[in-house]
Ligand binder design. Structure first.
Ligand code: DGL
Length: 280
């Protein structure tokens, strides 16, 4: 199997849910995760500012050798996917609210999303293509930020402000929401629809067709510089180089490597391990 270097971008921790789906659908590759926690949430920032932050994050992923970019963020997908596809020499896979799956089984569903996603022509188009279901779209400026703080040990988000009762499905239009899926399921008591598996499926189908660029140098250099021996699990590494996470996916007997980029890499790595790693 040819190993590829996959760059995953989100405003913060939400993209960890997409990273996890990608690791399951496409294991054995090298993943770079860029979470822009310092500027999260993007919900209340001006559109131009969000675009600039996404460009900057994606540039870092490209500089580190990403051969494909996964926008693990509905907001970045709605605002920047088209522009990035024109500008980059590598494929860009987006994440979008899975209204299509919801429309197959629901009659009246609620879409929870950040204001940029909620008001985007992209979401309007998706909803128009799923006419068998009525969708109410609820823009939530603060929930992603509350979730980000909650995962880091803060108070649980207050869900009581969300409407319920009349819906037979809820679409998670922001990757942060997947991090509190059990709480949302408890609250709404209807099926939730998360876009992450679709994104991961697109990645898994693309990888075998992706040209080999030999861009794994960043990983090799990183391991060399930090004296990490490839094949050792990261709990054996000193804390100072803790942005590395090596996963052994026992179910299918292959391994994946993740490097969490930027100054908040350690936070994202810990959050990932805390929320998802026990299942490996
Ligand atoms: N997780 C991102 C999304 O899917 C953005 C959340 C935010 O920073 O507001 O939309």
């Amino acid at each position: 199997m040819q190993r590829h270097c996959i760059g995953v971008f989100d405003s913060g921790m939400g993209g960890l849910s997409v990273l996890d789906a990608c690791l399951r659908a496409a294991p054995g590759h090298r993943y770079l995760y860029y979470g822009d926690n310092l500027h999260a949430p993007y919900g209340e920032r001006a559109e131009g500012e969000v675009r600039a932050l996404v460009r900057q994050g994606v540039r870092s992923l490209m500089a580190a050798g990403a051969e494909v970019i996964v926008l693990a963020c509905n907001t970045a997908t709605a605002l920047c996917a088209q522009e990035l596809r024109r500008a980059l020499r590598v494929p860009v896979i987006g994440t979008e609210p899975d209204v299509r799956s919801a429309a197959r089984v629901c009659r009246h569903a609620l879409v929870l999303a950040t204001p940029h996603t909620a008001n985007s022509p992209h979401l309007r188009r998706l909803i128009l293509r799923a006419p068998s279901c009525r969708f109410d779209v609820l823009p939530l400026a603060r929930l992603a930020g509350e979730i980000e703080r909650y995962v880091r040990g803060g108070a649980a988000p207050d869900l009581s402000v969300l409407p319920r009762g009349e819906y037979d499905g809820v679409v998670l239009g922001c990757t942060h929401y997947a991090l509190i899926a059990p709480m949302l399921r408890d609250y709404f008591r209807v099926p939730l629809f998360d876009g992450a598996p679709k994104t991961a499926g697109r990645l898994a189908r693309l990888l075998p067709r992706l040209p080999v660029r030999g861009e794994g140098r960043f990983f090799d250099d990183f391991f060399k510089k930090t004296n990490t021996v490839l094949g050792t699990d990261d709990h054996l590494c000193p804390m100072s180089i803790s942005n590395i996470c090596l996963l052994y996916h026992t179910e299918i007997n292959t391994n994946s490597e993740i490097i969490f980029l930027n100054s908040t890499g350690f936070i994202n790595k810990c959050a990932y391990k805390q929320m998802f790693l026990s299942s490996f």
